[in-house]
Design a protein around this ligand. Structure first.
Ligand code: AP5
Length: 213
């Protein structure tokens, strides 16, 4: 299965991608995680991306396209992959099509996790993340020990872009640049829409049902 997870910032893409990658045994490709790692390591990509990310703006398409092309050239994608947070613009979707054509593959499904905007601030301001990629929430997904990751015992932290003013900017960027992708994948006959305003397990069950997996 080669799939894309679409949805608002904080809509649960990362949470569902983590469950799906276990279920399908395919890698999760999160452009956000790749960029945060690049920022942490101070690579040229990280240095260029940081200002955009801190401001809640999208990183330019040409940088994203390069990192996706490189990631898809690795040999762990034979059984498929889950894109989490990519594509984010029509140009990225067209770019993905070209990369996929070059590799002789195509995207099977785009899952749109639909969550009302008024729920987003609460989800993001209560999110706690771990460097290993695990994601928690102070109310809906608590770790066993407060502030400590269940998976790796790492210290949980709050992402810099999970502050209210940056969240507002991220939602604006989503509405202007990413929302058109819902129609794009609907027209391609690949869209599966899921009600994301339910418990994490219920969303996961609906995705599995929607994909027939
Ligand atoms: P990125 O890291 O992709 O952030 P995002 O899309 O804004 O999405 P999030 O990771 O914030 O949310 P999510 O949907 O994964 O939700 P989660 O599962 O964590 O991007 C960050 C930045 O990088 C961008 O702003 C941009 O600058 C740059 N970037 C990345 N990709 C790019 C691209 N392709 N092009 C250009 N720029 C790019 O859930 C959120 C919280 O809610 C968690 O606490 C979770 O526990 C909780 N939760 C999840 N599901 C539920 C539920 N069903 N009920 C209750 N709580 C829930």
């Amino acid at each position: 299965m080669r799939m894309i997870l679409l949805g608002k910032p904080g809509g649960g893409k990362g949470t569902q991608a983590t469950l799906l990658k276990e279920h399908l045994d395919v890698p999760q490709i999160s452009t956000g995680d790749i960029l945060r790692e690049a920022v942490k390591n101070g690579t040229p990509l990280g240095k260029e991306a940081k200002n955009y990310m801190d401001a809640g703006k999208l990183v330019p398409d040409d940088l994203i396209r390069g990192l996706v092309e490189e990631r898809l050239s690795q040999d762990d994608i034979g059984k498929g992959f889950i894109f989490d947070g990519f594509p984010r613009t029509l140009a990225q979707a067209e770019g993905l099509k070209k990369i996929a054509d070059k590799l002789g593959i195509s995207i099977d499904k785009a899952v749109y996790i639909d969550v009302p905007t008024d729920k987003i601030v609460k989800r993001l301001s209560g999110r706690r993340s771990c460097a290993c990629g695990a994601v928690y929430h102070i109310e809906s997904k608590r770790p066993k020990i407060e502030g400590v990751c269940d998976a790796c015992s790492g210290k949980l932290y709050q992402r810099d872009d999970d502050k209210e003013d940056v969240i507002k900017q991220r939602i604006e960027q989503y509405e202007a640049q990413t929302m058109p992708l819902i129609d794009y994948y609907r027209k391609e006959g690949k869209l599966v829409t899921i009600d994301g305003d339910q418990d994490i397990d219920e969303v996961f069950n609906d995705i599995k049902r929607g994909l027939g997996i």
